[in-house]
Design a protein around this ligand. Structure first.
Ligand code: NCD
Ligand code: ZN
Length: 440
């Protein structure tokens, strides 16, 4: 009898998941014992199996964490998503925790708005949700921090954000946030570097209108203003030079699947309009090379669905944003199968690092972590097709690409996806960061 990760506490486990997992540099057979509390109890061979679920040579992975989604709840007049619909897509895409952004109407910048949002998660979410807040008034910041999961700052206008943080207010705001201990994510584009975006008529022109230089300037400003105590993270980085800069500054950041896989074309198609814009081949290739080399700490979807009819209207009037929570992990698992990126890189940047950034005991197959697990069959390749996805918006920028969707998804040792279908209940809860030392 062997227990790879210390002694098994004994007594029958609530569940034993048997299959293959990435351990010590390769895929090897494992038995994962899950306790009554839904936490992983041991990884190795299990003496005393209660209920046993054997997936053969299929691969067991930790569920992913998506740091950045817009589930548009409350939906407002143009919303085509909700906590209920978005979290089912997350579950089917292998995402066990989402960070829900505050740019809804009303914006989540008060305790009341946060309460309302929390009420919309209860009984409706298929996976767990962490709620971002916008800072709002300085006097309410402490009360907001006591309830929110993280803060989001917008340095430029984008969907739902007309008044970004003015440059002169940034240092003071970051100073106040640093004392509150919550993670802070920043949308870093500098609008003073934008050309006239109203003249842009296609994604390539959108890229020129909100250029890489605007992102570089905003990150520069942020790094100057951020106190060392601030837990700061830069959203959707698209420029390879910033990967180098942020890594040497020791600042967390994310890249999105659309910026890693898609390039800006001159065809007028607003489905590919997003902030920051899709870039050209040089930036896209540079970001992919950095990703496969393990230099991108986190990948997040920036899932931002908009109604198809608004995306099919004139480019200049169309809203920015693309859906992606259901396809993020499946697209990258297909890249793993093709040998384009190592599996441990995907596990680190989609599962482990994002969960640790939000102070959550998940993202690794290790004792003490939540049994939020996926079962993947690398032979089960499929093609992304909007009509097979579960987004009410009904379209995807990844149409036709290869993907490997998880066959199963377990939440706290309870199966919520079986044979690629959602079979769970809306048991997802609102989580907040816990930066006390986590299980190894
Ligand atoms: C996002 C949205 O639609 O909410 N749009 C986008 O282009 N990414 C907002 C944002 O993250 O900028
Ligand atoms: Zn976003």
């Amino acid at each position: 009898v062997r227990h790879d990760d210390g002694p098994d506490p004994g007594g029958p486990a609530a569940l034993v998941l048997a299959g293959r997992a990435w351990r010590g540099g390769r895929l090897e057979p494992v038995e994962i014992a899950v306790g009554e509390d839904g936490r992983i109890r041991s990884v190795g061979r299990v003496r005393d199996a209660g209920r046993r679920h054997d997936v053969g040579d299929r691969v067991i992975l930790p569920a992913a964490t998506d740091l950045h989604v817009h589930f548009r709840d409350p939906p407002g007049p143009t919303g085509v998503e909700s906590i209920a619909t978005g979290t089912v897509q997350a579950a089917l895409g292998g995402v066990g925790l989402v960070g829900e952004m505050p740019n809804t109407s009303p914006e989540v910048s008060s305790v009341d708005a946060l309460d309302a949002k929390e009420a919309r998660v209860r009984g409706r979410a298929a996976v767990d949700v962490l709620l971002y807040a916008s800072p709002g008034s300085p006097s309410a910041l402490g009360a907001l921090a006591a309830r929110a999961g993280a803060f989001k700052l917008y340095l430029s206008p984008t969907t739902g954000i007309d008044r970004p943080v003015p440059p002169e207010e940034l240092p003071g705001l970051l100073g106040r946030l640093a004392g509150l201990g919550l993670p802070v994510t920043v949308h870093a584009e500098d609008p003073s570097r934008f050309l006239d975006p109203r003249k842009a008529e296609n994604p390539a022109a959108w890229n020129r209108a909100r250029p890489p230089a605007a992102e570089e300037a905003a990150v520069e400003r942020l790094l100057k203003a951020a106190p060392p105590a601030l837990r700061v993270h830069v959203a959707h980085v698209t420029v390879p030079s910033l990967v180098t800069k942020l890594r040497s500054a020791g600042v967390s950041f994310e890249a999105t699947p659309h910026h890693l896989l898609l390039e800006a074309k001159a065809k007028a198609d607003a489905r590919f309009k997003v902030n920051p814009p899709l870039r050209g081949p040089a930036e896209r290739t540079g970001m992919w090379e950095a990703f496969r080399a393990g230099q991108i700490p986190c990948v997040a979807s920036d899932h931002a669905p908009h109604a198809l009819d608004r995306k099919q209207g004139p480019f200049d009037l169309a809203p920015s944003g693309v859906p992606g929570v259901e396809t993020m992990l499946p697209l990258l698992l297909a890249e793993v199968r093709r040998g384009e990126v190592p599996l441990p890189v995907v596990l680190s940047s989609l599962c482990d690092r994002p969960a640790r950034w939000l102070g959550q005991p998940m993202g690794r197959i290790a004792p003490g972590h939540r049994a939020n697990l996926l079962v993947v069959d690398f032979r089960a390749r499929s093609t992304v097709r909007a009509d097979r996805l579960h987004a009410p918006a009904g379209w995807t920028p990844f149409e036709g690409r290869e993907a490997i969707f998880p066959v199963e998804h377990w939440r706290d040792g309870e199966r919520i996806v079986a044979d690629g279908e959602f079979v769970g209940r809306p048991g997802g809860t609102v989580v907040r960061p816990d930066f006390a030392p986590q299980p190894p």
